[in-house]
Write a protein that binds this ligand. Structure first.
Ligand SMILES: *[C@@H]1O[C@H](CO)[C@@H](O)[C@H](O)[C@H]1NC(C)=O
Ligand SMILES: *[C@@H]1O[C@H](CO)[C@@H](O)[C@H](O)[C@H]1NC(C)=O
Ligand SMILES: *[C@@H]1O[C@H](CO)[C@@H](O)[C@H](O)[C@H]1NC(C)=O
Ligand SMILES: *[C@@H]1O[C@H](CO)[C@@H](O)[C@H](O)[C@H]1NC(C)=O
Ligand SMILES: *[C@@H]1O[C@H](CO)[C@@H](O)[C@H](O)[C@H]1NC(C)=O
Ligand SMILES: *[C@@H]1O[C@H](CO)[C@@H](O)[C@H](O)[C@H]1NC(C)=O
Ligand SMILES: *[C@@H]1O[C@H](CO)[C@@H](O)[C@H](O)[C@H]1NC(C)=O
Ligand SMILES: *[C@@H]1O[C@H](CO)[C@@H](O)[C@H](O)[C@H]1NC(C)=O
Ligand SMILES: *[C@@H]1O[C@H](CO)[C@@H](O)[C@H](O)[C@H]1NC(C)=O
Ligand SMILES: *[C@@H]1O[C@H](CO)[C@@H](O)[C@H](O)[C@H]1NC(C)=O
Length: 717
């Protein structure tokens, strides 16, 4: 049987070779059932060569980008064994052939093996499709030359049969197949092994010229249909850590296109974040890209970043892929949606699709809520900018302890108040990312924070008490408060904690004169948040713009215009900054000794619960729709009786504050005119340095089923 099949194939092949390129398409073997992967493949539609030398192409209704400028591997064709068929040799560098790279580890390759591999590609990757089977390259993994010299690889009859069912237009085999009796019959091209190239399995775009074959990584271009990104990015693969912008756009819906690489590329990569797709707030430097801070004026006067921020470089070093720069409130302000002028405000997938994304890490929270193809978004939080976008998008988001992550090469707001956080859809992913990202080497110097040195142990010393902050709770929507009360019961049971009410405003008001009060703290925070950004951003922008445009002030959003225009350099002195830092230091020292204290049993003796979000009410992107105080909410409103905005507690006290989605409640939308759901979240505060304790608690709550992951799209649960 086997030999007769072989003879049959051999004869058939020799007949078909003459009629290229359809040489395999009619190939069928009597008595063999068609494999499920056998079907008509879409042909490749060439779209354009980008400014950065990549090509975009379509396969059926999907659009892809291939980095042909810096291919993943360039392999030599072994001309002593085979010739590249003329149709292949003619392919120009812009005409890429979709290819599937499969690594074979055994000496005999079976059809079942090939089928399992292709099935796993189809099931576990959103980039690969059957259209990439137009070319197949069977590569060998054992590239050590000593081993190779004795290795020949065979395709058995079932493998040949399976390949016949697929009928690839191009078949490339590792040279170790060349001695094989069965495969000699295949009209294959033999390629020198990919030794030293880091070639991985998965879909590729292949270009052929002369005796060499270039395999370029393939990215699926997703529409950013919620317009949460500024633009997509991908690794230039230039060996220097550069990123390129995609600069492709969907004209029908005005969406940027975001490139995501095949997940298969990272299957054999053991790094902790291998292949995880991360969006970056356009405040962090990424080598090769402009950091705009959400301002076209700023984008005009700055150069492309020559280095990635250390916080970003760490993510890349951990194996993650940076898929795009996302929208932010200009210069990380807290601007409401209707205050955005330079950028079009991003969309929130939740509820009626017309809810706020808050600010300033607006595009990050909304993108993580929107897209299954995105895993994380990195952002910053100075006054609320991670926590509030997480609340309104129903995602997990953190403001870490002050100083936990360096903000070097990040456009600043306040050097002593800025922090860097991450959005995620599950506790497990969030904790995994955080534990790998936040490392002692990247902790900020105490001279920047003005605080005592930060220690952040991976602590399981859990708190004993839950403090329910009565100055910020209960939630405005009673249905949401029921969800919060259930969560509190679950949490107190899980950790055997007491629940106590606390009016923090009253507690602070009761302290002795040496403890800074909220008025002084608000003033100090104002100074800290004004001076760094003025010196490092406003001043250079205003002077560069004035020089270029006859003394004109730069066109910027209202959030910063008057403050920058009226900035008084005689008032904002180094002494004033130092005294503001000292005020903050005094407040933090008091807070850590009198309120959230460390004990031998607990990293943070208690945790505080409050709400940074909407209290379970919708807050729309359109100001006028929020006019109904009983059923809608404005954000960033300090409740009557509270001495300070709740969002300012951790910026003032240096503590860690995280947003955790716990449920959803209905509302009657004035946009879709039907019932929609809005996420309910809770914020949890622990002492500075107890970030990991908090994450360990949340992980336990996830294990117990108290917390679940959130879905993408209209509803979080
Ligand atoms: C795209 O093509 C695939 C495969 O042909 C098909 O299943 C899918 O429905 C198409 N999607 C759209 C949006 O047309
Ligand atoms: C392969 O990967 C290693 C480690 O990332 C890198 O140092 C090396 O330059 C890569 N080789 C090629 C040819 O890209
Ligand atoms: C190559 O082989 C090693 C060792 O067996 C394995 O860990 C790795 O995943 C393989 N790589 C590929 C691309 O299959
Ligand atoms: C990056 O390097 C180039 C060339 O050395 C230089 O001209 C440019 O000013 C640098 N850009 C920044 C932002 O440092
Ligand atoms: C909290 O304390 C402040 C100051 O004593 C007071 O004005 C406010 O009414 C209190 N709030 C609540 C909810 O008890
Ligand atoms: C504040 O002081 C008053 C008067 O001593 C006391 O009754 C109240 O309990 C204190 N409140 C807090 C929150 O410490
Ligand atoms: C806070 O600033 C305001 C306005 O400059 C000033 O009137 C007030 O005295 C300051 N309060 C404190 C406690 O510094
Ligand atoms: C600027 O600040 C200085 C020092 O506080 C003050 O004397 C001066 O009047 C201020 N100028 C303006 C225009 O407000
Ligand atoms: C919708 O608008 C009506 C007034 O037209 C108002 O009474 C209601 O509270 C609004 N509800 C929401 C959820 O926006
Ligand atoms: C959480 O609390 C609710 C209400 O008390 C209870 O019904 C539910 O079973 C608890 N969930 C878990 C996972 O303990």
């Amino acid at each position: 049987m086997t030999s007769s099949v072989r003879i049959h194939i051999s004869l058939f092949l020799k007949l078909c070779i003459a009629s290229l390129p359809l040489w395999l398409s009619a190939w069928s073997i009597p008595g063999i059932e068609a494999s499920p992967v056998l079907r008509q493949r879409a042909s490749t539609g060439f779209l354009q060569t980008t400014r950065y030398g990549s090509v975009t192409f379509t396969l059926g209704n999907q659009t892809y980008l291939a980095n042909v400028r810096h291919p993943k591997a360039v392999l030599g064709h072994d001309s002593s064994i085979s010739t590249i068929r003329s149709s292949q040799a003619e392919a120009s560098s812009t005409q890429v052939v979709p290819f599937t790279v499969i690594f074979v580890n055994d000496e005999v390759v079976t059809g079942a093996y090939l089928q399992d591999v292709i099935t796993s590609y189809l099931e576990s990757d959103d980039v690969f499709s059957e259209d990439f089977l137009e070319g197949i390259y069977l590569a060998r993994n054992d590239t050590a030359s000593s081993k190779r010299s004795v290795t020949t690889t065979n395709l058995d009859a079932s493998a040949i049969e399976y390949l016949g069912d697929i009928a690839p237009g191009y078949l490339f085999l590792d040279t170790s197949f060349a001695g094989s009796e069965a495969s000699i019959d295949l009209a294959a091209t033999y390629l020198a092994p990919p030794a030293g190239t880091n070639l991985t399995a998965g879909p590729y775009a292949v270009s052929i010229s002369g005796d060499s074959v270039s395999l370029s990584m393939v990215y699926r271009l997703y529409r950013d249909s919620y317009r949460d990104f500024l633009y997509g990015t991908y690794d230039a693969n230039d060996g220097a850590g550069t990123f390129y912008p995609t600069e492709t756009f969907d004209s029908r819906f005005w969406d940027p296109l975001i490139p995501v690489p095949s997940r298969i590329y990272s299957w054999a990569d053991a790094r902790p974040l291998a292949g995880r797709r991360v969006a970056v707030k356009d405040l962090f430097d990424v080598k090769g890209l402009i950091t705009s801070g959400g301002s076209q004026a700023w984008a005009e006067i700055v150069e492309v970043a020559n280095h990635s921020a250390p916080s970003i470089q760490r993510i890349v070093d951990l194996g993650a892929v940076l898929v795009g720069k996302y929208k932010l409130a200009q210069f990380a302000s807290g601007a409401d949606p209707w205050g955005w002028q330079d950028e079009h405000y991003p969309f929130n997938p939740r509820g009626d699709g017309w809810l706020t994304c808050s600010a300033s890490s607006s595009g990050g929270g909304c993108a993580v809520a929107a897209y299954d193809w995105l895993d994380f978004a990195i952002g910053s939080d100075t006054g609320s900018s991670m926590r509030r976008p997480a609340a309104v998008s129903g995602t997990f988001g953190n403001r870490p302890s002050q100083g936990l992550m360096t903000l070097k090469n990040v456009l600043p707001l306040g050097a002593a108040t800025d922090t860097a956080g991450v959005f995620s859809r599950t506790v497990q992913d969030w904790v995994h990312f955080a534990k790998n990202w936040y490392v002692p080497e990247l902790v900020e110097d105490a001279s920047i924070t003005g605080l005592s040195p930060l220690e952040a142990p991976d602590s399981y010393a859990f708190p004993k008490r839950i403090l329910y902050l009565t100055d910020y709770l209960p939630l405005a929507n009673p249905a949401a408060e029921v969800i919060l009360q259930n969560f509190i019961r679950n949490m107190s049971e899980a950790f055997d904690m007491n629940v106590e009410n606390l009016n923090l405003t009253a507690l602070v008001g009761n302290t002795t004169d040496d403890v800074p009060k909220y008025d002084a703290l608000n003033n100090a925070t104002g100074i800290l948040n004004t001076m760094t950004q003025y010196e490092e951003v406003a001043k250079p922008l205003i002077s560069a713009w004035s020089a270029r445009y006859e003394g004109r002030f730069p066109p910027i959003d209202p959030a910063r215009r008057n403050g920058w225009a009226r900035y008084n350099e005689s008032f904002y002195t180094a002494d004033l900054y130092a005294s503001a830092l000292a005020t903050k230091r005094a407040a933090v020292d008091w807070f850590e000794s009198a309120v959230l204290v460390q004990t031998p049993e607990s990293c943070s003796e208690s945790v505080m619960l409050w709400d940074i979000g909407t209290g379970g009410l919708p807050s729309y992107r359109e100001r006028e729709l929020n006019a109904w105080p009983e059923t809608t909410a404005f954000l960033a409103v300090t409740p009557p009786g509270a001495g300070i905005s709740g969002a300012s507690l951790c910026p003032v006290y240096g503590c860690v504050d995280v947003t955790v989605p716990i449920g959803q409640v209905p509302y009657a939308s004035n946009v879709t005119f039907r019932e929609e759901m809005v996420p309910v979240t809770v914020n949890i505060i622990a002492r500075r340095g107890c970030d990991f304790m908090l994450w360990n608690m949340l992980e336990k709550l996830a294990d117990l089923g108290v917390l679940g992951g959130v879905k993408t799209g209209r509803t979080a649960f």
